[in-house]
Design a protein around this ligand. Sequence first.
Ligand code: ADP
Length: 492
Amino acid sequence: MNILFATSEVFPYAKTGGLGDVCGALPEQFAKAGHQVKVFLPKYQAAADYFNQMQQLNVTQTIKINGSTYTLNCFSIRHKKLPLEYIFIANDSLFDRPELYMDRKTGLDFEDNDDRFIFFNQAVLVASKQISFQPNIAHVHDWQAALIPAYLKLNYRNDSYYKNCKSVLTIHNLAFHGMFPNNRFTKLGLASNLFYPTSPFEFYGKLNFLKAAIAYADKITTVSETYAKEIQTEEFGCGLDGVLRNRTDDITGILNGVDYSVWSPTRDTEIAHTFRIQNLSGKKMNKIELLNYAGLPIRDKTPLIGIISRLSDQKGFDLIEEISDKLFRLNIQLIVLGTGDKKYHELFTALENKYPDKCKAFLTFDNSLAHKIEAGADMFLMPSKYEPCGLNQIYSLKYGTIPIVRKVGGLADSVIPYDRQSETGTGFLFDSYDSNELLQTIQTAVELYQTKRKWTKLMKSAMSSDFSWNKSAEKYLHLFESLVSKQYEKTV
Ligand code: ADP
């Protein structure tokens, strides 16, 4: 198959969270299976280290968005071994900025995010045609690429080039819709009668990119089986649960995998001491180095808890705030790495000041430190309100860093609850979004940590878990093949 993959983040060129990791790894799996894959992403400043490897493609076009005219240029990096090419959609006035989505100074979304991603969506289809890449499947990710299914169905319906192209939307986080004032609908360049109350583009009077993709994509996937069910309920549906229920037969949950060449203690190039199940001594040395780096005292019998996260309401930090004094009465140390909402920066700064020998907060984005925390911490805390998949708890398992998580979404699908009787499981889960349940769960983990034999057994069981991409990639490919073969059935 020819697979067009459109996303706003691809590791290592651009990443703010799990979307970047997934879109960095998944296309390689498709290409390894022998498919021709072109990954389209904006050419942000974030990819500056790679600009000198890029070849400019022979694509020339201007794209009009309302009164403004934007020039499209395309640059490419080809994978050395696989039938895989990264195509960077360039327009410096739109993408050559220090941040991907928001103004660093104000912390607010860029005012022209609609123009930026309308341009991106249109440009992907223009460029793919100009480079003569005729896709069987357009696999689009989140709101930033969500207009492609609509454009295929509306603008290209009678275009022989794209007529047979099927689209699959993957929702990595339903909370982000790509919502704009309704008067901006005209920018999409579609017939004005397509915007009316309850139309695919309309959401409580506003323009909503993700809703359009939910309506127009041929299939919808999301990043865990549990989240696929959750998003069809009022509690987790972010107002789109009704629209999703209308498409229930077309929704599949496929758990994200992990690129173990990047995230595993045996191969990690960011950590000082690699280690393996048979010999965990490297983990202890990583912990000592991490504590030294954080300026925390080394305490032999004290478990070190790690947090690596966007600091947003989704991630459950208000629960930590509620129990913080009780939490730090426990025999623990905590290292936090994250950026995001000001109130959580303040929370972790206050905790660090109050408990200087127990808590250290790195309020920044630091990929290398993220690896060092995975490798050096004993436990990983992720008490999310909701969690589409979550990657850090899955990385943690491989590093023997025992996850303490809430039983929602992908957290429920990736961590097996520890059972005291049988001494089986891979981590600790709690059910309700309740700070006391969280505290009790942390307490249970901290107690078990004191029994070295049991803790080591738990670490080894976590480290044996396998979330490599191949199984999940196969599920995507089956889905794509079912759409493509349906098309052939129709035409025969
Ligand atoms: P989400 O996609 O909701 O942000 P995930 O757990 O799925 O959460 O993925 C988060 C990814 O982003 C992981 O690779 C994690 O290591 C990384 N990450 C998050 N915050 C930071 C940070 N402050 N510094 C470095 N990496 C981070």
